[in-house]
Every structure is written in structure tokens, then in C-alpha cells.
Design a protein around this ligand. Structure first.
Ligand code: NIG
Ligand code: FE
Length: 404
């Protein structure tokens, strides 16, 4: 395979910071060599070896491809009417309890064929890749039966194959209790464990549960997540979003890779997450759309919890596909530093997916790399990329060394 040199890099952000905090592994006038899909050399441009293909990154920032570690991209249908209802004061959980919200997307997604759903996911993945997102997690959770959960996961994987992005899939049969089981919750928990889980096992990397009012209790979530973990799935949890339930501590006790949302955690929750090495995934899109208060970031920071930032893209609580915008919102509304936000959409997001070799530029790691033009008239610095809202223009995107 041919070798590729990116040279004269004005600002290289390797995100190679062992603790996942602080500086961004920044170098100036740097060069990176890629061979066989991996980074094989990082150094000064002056001492770079000769390669078959060369790209100048003069005046640019070079950084890892972005990692969106929490999305619900595999949906059909529209929730625009509910958006209007919420603007008129109706509450997200009340809409869910009257059979709308997640349940309305379940109806539309069950009605969609697998090819139609695959096309929808493909469109969304292409848009993400266009913004420099090279790795995404995609959850099911709008099927809520073995047949339709599997359809969602397969659609996500087929779409990612077409687009060329890296994908990790998460089984979220425990998103809410579907209409046909509303009178018998324990029967639905049994269905998730005994019917859905075996059906999707080959098509999922992780298992997730929405533990909240209108969804699942901590005890139900623990049963479902433990069953998935016993079959080898990594654990993630929608925790402490709308109400405080104890889900964050449950996530920590299961050694979860991530606990997501966390608007309502306390200091003990943060300590438990830190001790378990569970990554806190913050979702400013959902916080904004639901009009929530920010999570207590100082508690996470002082406990030493790694922080990631994701879009939570979905048709209800976060119709918000822009990961760069999420980083900016995390800084503006949650009090993250520029460094925390950028690590949150790269290295720490990859750690939340159990893949610390992604989301950073390091010798031996897959070459998922962006050549980023700074906003017009700006010098090529890290802060500018977060300061200016939305995705910057990209001169080149590499995934495993292949250009997009
Ligand atoms: O992460 N809160 C639960 N699940 C999703 C919302 C999905 C939806 O509203 O359709 C979330 O916010
Ligand atoms: Fe979510």
C-alpha cells in the first residue's frame, strides 16, 4: 500500500493525552505519515520521510476524525407536531406517557421497511461524515420487538458500510415499554431479555437502557443490562436525565463504559463513575431542546471522571446532528473548557466506545484524520474551532488512511 505524508501542519492536535484531560497533544510545523491505514510516524516536517502521496496542511489544523458516541440515527417519521406542542408548554415525559414521544417514533419505525430505513440512516451518516465525523455509535430503541430492533441495527450497519464510516451499534430495547406491553411491564422486561437480546446479539456491540420516569426503573434496567453484559455486550446507560433515579451509580456498579446525560447527578454519583472508569457522556442538544439545567460539570471534573460530548441525534429530544455545535454548546451552556470539549468529541468519546485507539493521532493507531481549515481570517488554533458555531470546512478526511 502507498504511503501518505501530511506535511507543514500549522497546528497538529494529536489528542494524545493519557489522562484524557488538559492539553491536546499540540505540535506546530508537524508532519504525519500514514501507511496501511495506520499512523506510522509523527515528527517535524523538516525530518519527514518521503512518501508516495503528499498533502500540505499549511495554515490548517490537523486533528483526529470526530467520534459521535451517542446517537439514535435509525429512525423513521416526524415529531414536528410534538415540537410545536413542547413550544406551547407541553412536557416531554407527559407526551411520552400519553403514547407520543419515543412511542410515536416506534410506530413510524416499525412501519418502515429495512431498505427505507437504511436509506434514511445513509443520508444522516453522509451528513455526519461531511462534518468530519468518522466514527459513530447508533442505537436501536425504536423497534421494541426482536424483529424491529434487529431491523434498526442491520439498517445502521448496512448504511455505514455504504458510507465508509466506522460504526458501533447499541441495543436499546429498554428505551420505553411499547403499547402492547403497557399493562404488563415485567412481561416486556422478559421479552427484552429472552427474545430481543438473543435475536440482536450478533449485530450489537453494546446494550443501553433508558432509566427514567416513563421508561425503566433502576431494578428493571439492572436486570436487562446485566443480561446483556453476561452475553458480552458493553454497557451504557441513559442516566439521571429527566429525574434522579440512582441510574448513574447502577451504571458504575456494572462497570459501564458510559453513563449518558447526567443532568441530575450528585458528588457521590461522580465519585462512583470515577472509581468505575465510566465515561460521562454529556448531551447538550437534549439539554437545550428539553430546557434542562446543565449537569454539574465541576463535580465530574473534581472527581476525575472522563468527559465526552455527543449529539444524541434523534427526532424528539435532540434533533441536533452537529457534533461541532455540540462542543460549542457544551462550552457555552455546561462550562466545559475548549480542551474538554475537543477531547470530548475525539479521544474521550472513543474511550466511551471502548476504543481508546480511535479519536487520537498516535503511532500505531488507525489513521482517522481531518485537515481542517480555520474559519475565514482566523489563525489555525483549537479555540477558534469551538468558538465559531458549526462545522468548519475540511480540506481532507481520512478514515483508516482512505480519503473521503
Ligand atoms: O437520549 N431520553 C431518552 N432517549 C432519547 C430520546 C429519544 C427520543 O425522544 O426519541 C434521549 O434523549
Ligand atoms: Fe439518547
Amino acid at each position: 500500500m502507498s504511503s501518505l505524508l501530511v506535511h507543514d501542519i500549522s497546528t497538529l492536535l494529536t489528542m494524545d493525552t493519557p489522562q484524557g484531560v488538559g492539553a491536546l497533544g499540540e505540535r506546530t510545523d508537524a508532519a504525519v505519515v500514514v501507511e496501511d491505514g495506520r499512523v506510522v510516524w509523527i515528527g517535524d516536517t523538516a525530518s519527514a520521510p518521503s512518501c508516495d502521496v503528499r498533502h500540505s496542511a499549511d495554515g490548517m489544523v490537523v486533528m483526529p476524525g470526530l467520534v459521535d458516541c451517542h446517537t439514535h440515527l435509525a429512525w423513521a417519521g416526524s415529531r414536528a407536531d410534538e415540537f410545536r406542542a413542547r413550544l406551547n408548554g407541553e412536557n416531554y415525559t407527559d407526551i411520552l406517557k400519553r403514547g407520543g414521544g419515543i412511542l410515536s417514533t416506534v410506530r413510524a419505525t416499525r412501519d418502515a421497511s429495512e431498505p427505507a430505513l437504511t436509506d434514511l440512516v445513509e443520508t444522516r451518516l453522509r451528513a455526519a461524515l461531511g462534518r468530519g465525523v468518522t466514527t459513530l455509535e447508533v442505537k436501536s430503541g425504536y423497534g421494541l420487538s426482536a424483529e424491529h430492533e434487529l431491523k434498526q441495527l442491520r439498517a445502521a450497519k448496512a448504511a455505514a458500510e455504504r458510507v465508509g464510516v466506522r460504526i458501533f451499534t447499541t441495543f436499546l430495547g429498554a428505551h420505553t415499554v411499547p403499547a402492547e406491553f403497557r399493562a404488563d411491564r415485567p412481561a416486556y422486561v422478559d421479552d427484552v431479555i429472552n427474545n430481543q437480546l438473543p435475536a440482536i446479539l450478533d449485530d450489537a456491540d453494546f446494550i443501553d437502557a433508558y432509566v427514567d420516569d416513563g421508561a425503566f426503573t433502576v431494578a428493571e434496567g439492572r436486570r436487562i443490562l446485566s443480561a446483556g453484559a453476561a452475553l458480552g455486550l458493553g454497557v451504557r446507560v441513559h442516566a439521571e436525565q429527566v429525574t434522579k433515579t440512582g441510574a448513574a451509580r447502577m451504571a458504575a456498579s456494572l462497570g459501564a463504559l458510559s453513563a449518558d446525560h447526567l443532568e441530575r447527578i450528585d458528588a457521590e454519583d461522580a465519585a462512583a463513575l470515577a472509581a468505575a472508569g465510566t465515561v460521562a457522556v454529556l448531551l447538550p442538544g437534549a439539554m437545550l431542546y428539553l430546557g434542562d439545567a446543565p449537569p454539574p460539570v465541576p463535580l465530574l471534573r473534581s472527581a476525575g471522571v472522563k468527559i465526552a460530548v455527543a449529539t444524541d441525534t434523534n427526532p424528539g429530544s435532540s434533533p441536533f446532528p452537529d457534533l461541532w455545535g455540540a462542543a460549542t454548546l457544551a462550552v457555552l451552556t455546561m462550562g466545559l473548557t475548549v480542551e474538554e470539549a475537543l477531547l470530548g468529541i475525539t479521544a474521550n468519546a472513543a474511550t466511551a466506545l471502548g476504543r481508546p485507539d480511535l479519536g487520537r493521532i498516535q503511532v500505531g493507531c488507525p489513521a482517522d484524520i481531518l485537515l481542517v481549515r480555520p474559519p475565514a481570517g482566523e489563525p489555525p488554533g483549537a479555540a477558534q474551532l469551538v468558538q465559531h458555531f458549526g462545522a468548519p470546512s475540511l480540506a481532507l478526511t481520512l478514515i483508516g488512511g482512505a480519503s473521503f
